[in-house]
Design a protein around this ligand. Structure first.
Ligand SMILES: *Cc1c(COP(=O)(O)O)cnc(C)c1O
Length: 379
């Protein structure tokens, strides 16, 4: 171990990312795959995940903000990139200059993109994001005719290239939910309406991970999975779909010590040693993304064994009970908080009453991210 080894880290296995993209390509059939790498690749690293996904057969990348898209371009990624959630303060000119495709949710936004294109003397590439029932981002049905009329004009005079139309499903993780077919029907209607304005998208897309995995009939020209790229199932009760979790959250044991029966551990002495025992200190706490409410409810894996968290999880550390330490756990050993070789992130999700998406977004602060099987870091 070098002195540079971090105390607490996430390790992202890029082979798992590539594997997951290949699985998604199979589910996608003839449709292309846009790998969603928003929020820094669901906290896995957008650049490394994006490169890996493209090499494994994804055709495009999707992100939320223009800044996220520009970071991918700055890293040398030249595949199509779509950015779909921006404000009037976002740098549309930079996006147009970097050939970022912009998801449009309103007339005002289309006007802003038009201005950026005219200022630069370049054609902006736009994709209409139609709201088919999520009622969040996307063009509302009431504004849709006005957007189409303006777009028709901008396409005609060359300010804008109309590339695609897409929409986002609200309940795809509940197979059979009636809103799924309702949103599909509204999406088809929106495409038909655009045609009445003589606007023909080059491609249309609707499916997120759960729809990609359960509704092949909704693949259209491209699917848009996020969470499945990272190896987590959007339908954990149903199946893992052969996906492999890419993230391991782990730390090094900082200290091992004996304590006597009756001694209290950590703030509030919420845990009293019921016998003489050995405890180990793990240098990861809530500032690193281990929620304090998981106190006493999680286990940490060292080697082949799971050891329970005891005593209050604090800002910087948590304590585990090794009993008589039969496996001889020592300072410097690797302790897995979650990951393919430890507790599954779904266990944390179930304990916290949330979804696995939120769990992989938790590691932060002092946590250092590293990559396994990164061709750029060979050797
Ligand atoms: C986040 C997001 C996705 C990916 O969703 P998953 O459930 O992670 O597959 C797809 N499309 C849009 C518009 C999104 O915001």
């Amino acid at each position: 171990m070098s002195s540079a080894d971090p105390q607490v880290e996430t390790v992202v296995d890029l082979n798992a990312i590539a594997h997951n993209v290949r699985i998604l390509r199979q589910y996608a059939g003839e449709a292309a795959v846009m790998a969603v790498v928003k929020a820094d690749g669901y906290n896995h690293g957008a650049v490394q995940v994006g490169r890996t996904a493209l090499a494994a057969g994804a055709s495009e990348l999707g992100v939320t903000t223009i800044d996220e898209a520009l970071a991918l371009r700055a890293a040398g990624i030249d595949a199509p990139i779509l950015s779909w959630l921006n404000t009037c303060a976002s740098d549309y000119a930079a996006a147009v200059a970097a050939d970022i495709e912009l998801g449009i949710s309103s007339v005002a936004q289309l006007r802003t993109v038009e201005q950026a294109a005219r200022t630069l003397g370049r054609t902006a590439t736009v994709t209409l994001k139609v709201d088919t029932g999520m009622n969040r981002n996307g063009i509302s049905p009431t504004e849709y005719p006005e957007v189409l009329a303006l777009l028709r004009q901008l396409v005609a005079d060359g300010a804008v290239r109309f590339r695609a139309m897409f929409s986002h499903l609200a309940c795809a993780d509940e197979p059979g939910h009636p809103s799924i077919d309702m949103q599909r029907d509204r999406f088809l209607d929106a495409i038909a309406t655009a045609k009445q304005y003589r606007l023909q998208p080059e491609l249309v897309h609707l499916a997120n991970s759960p729809a990609t995995l359960t509704r092949p009939d909704l693949a259209f020209d491209m699917v848009r999975p996020g969470i499945a790229v990272y190896g987590l199932s959007p339908l954990p009760q149903l199946s893992d779909f052969g996906l492999r979790p890419a993230m391991t959250f782990r730390a090094r044991v900082a200290l091992v010590k004996r304590i006597a029966a009756g001694e209290g551990v950590s703030y509030g002495h919420r845990w009293i040693a019921p016998r003489d025992t050995t405890v180990a200190l793990i240098p990861a706490g809530y500032a690193d993304g281990v929620p304090r409410t998981l106190t006493g409810r999680i286990a940490v894996r060292i080697g082949e064994h799971d050891y329970p968290s005891v005593g209050t999880i604090s800002m910087d550390q948590l304590v585990i009970d090794l009993g008589d330490n039969p496996e001889d756990v020592r300072q410097g050993d690797t302790a897995v908080l979650f990951g393919p070789d430890g507790p599954h992130p779904q266990q944390w999700a179930d304990l916290l009453g949330t979804i696995n998406y939120e769990i992989v977004c938790m590691p932060r602060g002092r946590v250092v991210r590293r990559y396994a099987n990164d061709p750029e870091q060979a050797g």
